[in-house]
Design a protein around this ligand. Sequence first.
Ligand code: THU
Length: 163
Amino acid sequence: MNTFQLHTNIHAYSYEELPPEYRKLVDIAKQMTEASYCPYSRFAVGAALQLSDGTVVRGCNQENAAYPSGLCAERTAMFAASANHPGKAMKVLAIAAYTDGHFTEQPVSPCGGCRQVMVEFEDRQKEPLTVILYGTDGTYVIDSAKELMPFCFVSESLKGVKK
Ligand code: THU
C-alpha cells in the first residue's frame, strides 16, 4: 500500500495587496453580484473572466423555480465567453459572493461542477486559467484551475491511459 498527497497551492492576499489588474476583476465580480437572480438561495455570486485579448466577460448566478435548471456565476461567464469569443483563451476568472447584506468573509469556493468546467477549458486551451476567490477576510489566487481539482477527469481520461 502507498499513500500519497495531492497538493494545492493557494496564494492568500489582502484586497489592498492584490495586483491592480486582479483588483479590477474582483471589483467587476463584486459589481456583478447585483445582477444575480437568486430569489431561492439569496446567495448572489458574480464573476469576471478576462480573455487573452483583454475582453472581460461577466457572469452571475441564475436560479430557477425548478432548482437544477439554474446555473452558477462561473459557468454563465465561461459559457458566454466560449459562445461569444470562441478560440480566445480564458486567462483569469474572479468570483465574489454577497449574502445577508455583505460580501462573504471567506473566499467563495467554486462548486465541483464549475471546477470541472474550468479544468476542461484549461485543458483545451493548453494554458493556465488563474482563479481569484474574493472574501472580505482575504482573497485567494490560484495559478491554475487544475490546482482546484487534482486527479480530475478530462477528455484524455476517456481513453483510460496515463497522461
Ligand atoms: N453558486 C455560484 O454561482 N457559484 C459558486 O461558486 C457557488 C454557488 C450559486 C449557485 C446557487 O445559485 C447559489 O450560489 C447557492 O448555491
